[in-house]
Design a protein around this ligand. Sequence first.
Ligand code: FES
Length: 217
Amino acid sequence: MPRLRRRARQLPLPGMEVARGRRRRSAGRGGIVRRLHGSLGTAPITRRRMLEGTLAWVTAAIAAALGIPALAAWISPALRKETQDWVPVGSLADPGPGQPDLNVVGEPVATSFTRLVQDAYLAAQPQPVAVFVVNHGDGKFTVFDNRCTHLGCPVNWKEESRQYFSPCHGGVFDEDGRVLGGPPPRPLDRYAYKVEQDVLYAGELFQVNENLQRITQ
Ligand code: FES
């Protein structure tokens, strides 16, 4: 009988194994929680941990200080916008000393005017805008933007060939601004113009297609 009682104590009763398994799993979870708690919550703040934390914050601050202006500089050209106001390019009656004569007919005249340009994150700033003005006679003009339509290099006028050349990648435009060669995707852009009281004014910048028809407003 004593032997039978001993065996009965050793045999698992129904449900006993399940209960033991639960206890083991719960002890395991408790161990993980205890480990996490120890590493996050109650671990003592050592000098090393404090230094590591400080270093991480300083690194993040430097990255933000360097990265934000760089990002702004990167995206600002895409968001740059010239104001639409009419601005004087030059007087036809009296060009003034040292100013290009816009009365010359049939020859591109390199000149510039000042216009407010709105950057992405800056207040509008006055900036010089370089153009070629062609006087066709009878009060008709073309005011070419001098930036190449490929990547914006300033183009040069060559009288011998009567073409505009972009020095950067070999873009070539004829005297009406049409693309003759190289990578530029469209003719030279133009400015709207008007003449009032013998003063030539430039308005908004617009693009034209190969037929020189305006394609942007
Ligand atoms: S910028 Fe003119 S060809 Fe590239």
